[in-house]
Ligand binder design. Structure first.
Ligand SMILES: [Zn+2]
Length: 575
């Protein structure tokens, strides 16, 4: 709904659906749903809470956190300026409002996102606030309700924003383990990293009428496929038809429907005492953790390479692939195929192998060296079937007591029409959640491109290694440039601003160790690269084998829990 003219702003609104001119008060009485055509206008978080919770029951949770600019991000405007403008225009401190309340008499914790605040983007503060809301629900033994509205991860916070997908997912996993209900309500729009984590890995997923949800946005999909999108693509009704949501709910029924769901699940709620929750890792420890673990270049401090040059090396067609490493680093690889639901994705390979006579489960993205290979492997972009195959193999590994080693090399998850229809967002979300609590050692290596949620779907691990010339990023430099700069030719600047290189990510604590490449790059000496990778894998894996599974999971939770608060502590050095 947009105002017609400044003078009439308070009195009249024009419906974005049917263009009817509507009396503002009448519209508000109708919960901002057009009485003529049924269009559901976007709501602010405070208005959403007013509509959903019982009068007098609202208890807002604290939302003040330290200032946020973990990677000193500047596009045409410095990030702090954009934050200040969002605060001034919304009156909110961040893109989410969290509260305790009752809904139809049933206590719950609610986290409500506000799209007006930087597109509802998921940054460190938003991740921290939602995680605290989930922890509050765990402490109070009440359900968690997430109302999502977001364009995705906040690129101005680089890979740290990506980590929030894991941080919030592991908090949801804790509620799952405790037998507490989690519900997400998708409102328009819900995309990217939010769709591929807590919007879809909850017990129940409701969609408000007219909401659109997907991993990739329609513009990106049109660009990639060069075709018009099917009627109603990514809309609530189509999501329901494709099995992606439990129900589509009109706004006027939402409160009653939530109350009924809370009532139905209340009887089954366990009464055993709460599990003591993880305390946040103290600041000093976080700083120590974020210190560089290794100097790239094997001893000599190398000349610092421009981030854009590193991006080009990471994408070099000669760069060793997962199948190359399975041949050179591992022995006796037995490939296992299929997601058992109807597909086998060629962009993900996995199976059992030996690493120095220890049995392991290896799962990785597969690209290729020639155009034909790349096309056959969909350029290493996994479909939902690929993510579900990986999930099946991870769970199998945990059951068999095998450690999991993942090799990450993808420009991102498949952004195609059928990938969306088959639930790409939910497939990624389930992998992330499962990895946060998988009771076996998990070691991830970013070997080439670590592209956004598709990379994270294989990279939530006890130890994260990164080859010296690999990159790991919340968005591609080209995609970032297209959004924040005048055009895509600013990709090299975006690459620098995103802090996507191995040394930067080590400083931020996202990566634990850099695996040095031979003097020029991996593709110039694949045998030496394999030799170094094997040594690094063994160094990192062997200590994990002695840690009991429950302890591993506890430590992995601490590792990802700290990213919520890491932004103020661990800063990438300015270049
Ligand atoms: Zn209308």
């Amino acid at each position: 709904m947009t105002a017609t003219a400044p003078r009439e702003e308070q009195l009249w609104s024009r419906c974005a659906g049917c263009a009817s001119l509507l009396y503002r008060k009448r519209l508000r009485r109708n919960l901002d749903v057009c009485p003529e055509c049924g269009e559901h206008a976007r709501l602010s978080a405070p208005e959403r809470l007013r509509q959903l919770v019982d009068p007098g029951s609202l208890g807002l949770m604290p939302d003040q956190l330290p200032e946020t600019d973990p990677i000193d991000f500047v596009d045409v405007l410095p990030y702090p300026h954009r934050l200040s403008a969002a605060r001034a225009s919304t009156g909110l401190s961040e893109a989410v409002v969290c509260a305790t309340a009752t809904v139809g008499g049933h206590p719950a914790v609610l986290a409500v996102m506000d799209f007006r605040f930087l597109g509802g983007s998921l940054g460190c503060a938003v991740g921290e606030l939602i995680t605290r809301a989930a922890e509050r629900a765990l402490d109070d033994r009440v359900p968690l309700i997430l109302i999502t509205a977001s364009g995705g991860a906040r690129m101005q916070e680089g890979a740290l924003s990506l980590m929030q997908m894991a941080t919030v997912s592991q908090a949801i996993a804790a509620l799952r383990e405790a037998g507490l209900l989690t519900v997400s309500v998708l409102t328009d729009p819900t995309y990217g990293g939010v769709a591929a984590s807590f919007a879809t890995n909850t017990d129940l997923v409701l969609a408000e009428s007219g909401a659109r949800m997907g991993f990739a946005g329609p513009r990106v999909i049109r660009q990639v496929t060069g075709r018009a999108l099917p009627e109603g693509f990514q809309s609530a009704d189509v999501l329901l038809r494709h099995g992606q949501v439990d129900m589509v709910v009109q706004r006027r029924s939402l409160r009653g429907r939530l109350a009924a769901l809370l009532a139905a699940t209340r009887a089954a709620r366990p009464t055993r005492p709460p599990v003591p929750r993880q305390e946040p890792v103290p600041r000093r420890e976080r700083l120590a953790d974020a210190a560089p673990a290794a100097t790239p270049g094997g001893g000599d401090t190398p000349a610092v390479r421009d981030a854009w040059d590193t991006v080009r090396l990471a994408r070099h067609p000669g760069r060793p692939t997962t199948l190359d490493y399975l041949d050179s680093v591992f022995d006796g690889f037995l490939e296992l195929h299929g997601d058992r639901l109807g597909g086998d994705c060629p962009a993900v390979v996995g199976g059992v192998a030996r690493l120095a006579d220890r049995h392991v489960m290896v799962i990785g993205h597969q690209k290729g060296h020639t155009t034909a290979e790349l096309v056959a492997r969909n350029f290493g972009m996994a479909s939902p079937a690929g993510h579900r195959k990986a999930l099946r193999l991870m769970r199998l590994a945990a059951r068999l007591g095998l450690p999991v080693i993942t090799l990450v090399d993808t420009p991102g998850a498949d952004p195609g029409v059928s990938a969306e229809e088959q639930g790409q967002a939910a497939a990624i979300a389930e992998n992330i959640l499962t990895l946060t609590v998988l009771p076996t050692p998990v070691l991830a290596v970013i070997t080439g491109e670590g592209g956004s949620g598709g990379a994270l779907a294989l990279a939530v691990a006890d130890r994260v290694l990164m080859l010296e010339n690999a990159v790991y990023s919340v968005i591609s430099p080209e995609g970032c440039a297209a959004i924040l700069w005048p055009d895509r030719s600013a990709a090299p600047q975006a690459a620098r601003a995103l802090r996507l290189t191995a040394p930067d990510l080590c400083r931020l604590g996202v990566v634990d160790e850099v695996v040095p490449e031979p003097s020029t790059a991996a593709h110039d000496d694949p045998a030496e690269t394999a030799h170094r990778l094997r040594a690094a894998l063994l160094n990192n894996l062997l200590p994990l084998l002695d840690v009991p599974p429950a302890m591993l999971v506890r430590l992995r939770r601490q590792r990802f829990r700290r990213f919520g608060m890491a932004r103020a502590g661990a800063r990438a050095g300015a270049r």
